[in-house]
Design a protein around this ligand. Structure first.
Ligand code: AMO
Length: 438
């Protein structure tokens, strides 16, 4: 029953089949989205990555063998159809295809674990277990088309602004971030770790390339189960020489606006599928100091001891107050990693920032320390051994420029753009404490 493609090749995507092609022979390929058999009439809705189109066969006008073959089709069968384009007032896009020949390229085992049209709702775990089927659902597909546009526009933005794209090692010898745990990997005779961040490499690279960016995976052994943490994520990192936190905050704002505008322009269909009206926020985004945020939380009966990071209930509370993007600046030095520069006039606070969107932290960054002695002091005061960082530290003897940068979680940005509540919606095959397959 399964046929070969042979010398058939797709001539048009579904979206390219228009009334102007009336009378032309075409080959289309895809999946059976739906089939309706109404006595002498068969309608097949064929789906490809660009959309759907209607194949209409009338018993009196198509070959009888072909009609019998069409009757055998079931949802999600993979087919190729050779046929003639026909203008049709009844068909959805004013056009349909009258088949001349069809190849059934694959069949399907029923029952399917979920409904790929999306009409029957399914739990997130069921969907992730059958992700390939889930990706056929219009809303899931829309998220990943938007993701594609987001990635393209991030690259375009950085290139336009003179940044060089780099890739740094993902198998590393020492930790770069405090807080989260590392994944050890067996590396020949030694133990190595999966990189939590390109932090140290991107900083070093400013001493040669000045402006660098990287879009790549990072790994964090996040033990807690939340809707915003994963063990593997794609991070958008940038680092710039002769710049401060203020400068890179402006770059981050511009980047966000640029991405939102491009998604709004290029993803109208996908946004509509997600029922999402994307509003472009005004710049500059509001900036609140850590102390101001603590006051807001205190008024809400949520006192946070000075110096601590903001726990989940606190950021949820902030989300009730602030709906759009905002920066939190002037963090306590002890709450941030060792590489962040303490303020010259008050070393208790540092030149770090977080970019929040309502309750969600999208990015963090800051001015870095470029003075080796101070960096060693900061390593020590965070209980880290400078010896473990000797390769990083030596680059500070070779003309390290002052520099600043940020890291932006790609999936978190998508959560905001697509307005979804679980980060797993925005990652093809998410990795977390419970999930290692598929
Ligand atoms: P930070 O650790 O704050 O900073 O991470 C930057 C951004 O990455 C995203 N993120 C995550 N997303 C999903 N799951 C996780 N487990 C996870 N951890 C982080 C968040 C976060 O804001 N080196 C610094 C950045 C810098 O200073 O340049 C860093 O990694 O969106």
């Amino acid at each position: 029953m399964i046929e070969e493609l042979g010398d058939w090749r797709r001539t048009h995507w579904s979206s390219e089949i228009s009334p102007e092609l009336n009378g032309k022979e075409v080959i289309v390929c895809g999946w059976v989205q739906r089939i309706r058999k109404l006595g002498k009439l068969i309608f097949v809705i064929l789906r490809d990555k660009e959309g759907t189109l209607q194949i209409t066969a009338h018993q009196n006008t198509v070959d009888s063998n072909l009609f019998e073959k069409l009757k055998k089709l079931k949802n999600e069968y993979v087919i190729a159809v050779k046929g003639i384009v026909k203008e049709s007032a009844e068909a959805k896009k004013g056009v349909e295809i009258v088949p001349k020949e069809i190849k059934i390229l694959n069949t399907v085992k029923f029952p399917l674990p979920l409904d790929p049209t999306g009409k029957v709702p399914a739990e997130i775990d069921t969907r992730l277990d059958a992700r390939i089927l889930d990706l056929r659902r219009p809303t899931t597909f829309a998220i990943f088309k938007i993701r594609h546009v987001v990635l393209q526009s991030i690259r375009k933005f950085f290139v336009k602004n003179g940044f060089i794209e780099v890739n740094t090692p993902k198998i590393i010898a020492t930790a770069t971030e405090g807080g989260t745990e590392l994944f050890p990997v067996s590396y020949f005779e030694r133990v190595a770790y999966l990189a939590q961040s390109p932090q140290l490499y991107k900083e070093e690279l400013t001493a040669a390339f000045e402006k660098v960016f990287e879009i790549g995976p990072v790994f964090r052994a996040e033990e807690h189960r939340t809707t915003r943490h994963l063990a593997e994520l794609i991070m958008v990192d940038m680092e710039e020489a002769f710049a401060t936190a203020d400068d890179v905050m402006k770059t981050l704002e511009e980047l966000i606006i640029c991405v939102l505008q491009e998604v709004k322009e290029k993803c109208t269909v996908e946004l509509e599928t997600l029922n999402r009206k994307l509003e472009i926020p005004k710049t500059p985004f509001p900036r609140y100091t850590y102390d101001e945020i603590l006051k807001v939380l205190e008024k809400e009966n949520m006192p946070i001891p000075w110096g601590e990071d903001l726990p989940t209930p606190a950021v949820r509370k902030l989300g009730e107050k602030f709906k759009g993007p905002y920066f939190i600046v002037d963090w306590p030095t002890e709450s941030k990693p060792f590489y962040i520069k303490p303020k010259d006039n008050n070393p208790k606070i540092c030149e770090a920032f977080d970019l929040m969107w309502s309750w969600l932290e999208l990015a963090s960054g800051g001015t870095r320390i470029h003075n080796k002695e101070l960096l060693i002091e900061r390593l020590r005061s965070q209980g880290l051994n400078p010896e473990s960082f000797k390769y990083h530290l030596q680059t500070f003897d070779w003309g390290m420029p002052p520099h600043a940068g940020f890291g932006l979680g790609l999936a978190r940005l998508l959560m905001v753009i697509c307005r979804v509540n679980n980060i797993r919606e925005c990652v093809l095959f998410p990795r977390d404490v419970d999930r290692l397959v598929p």
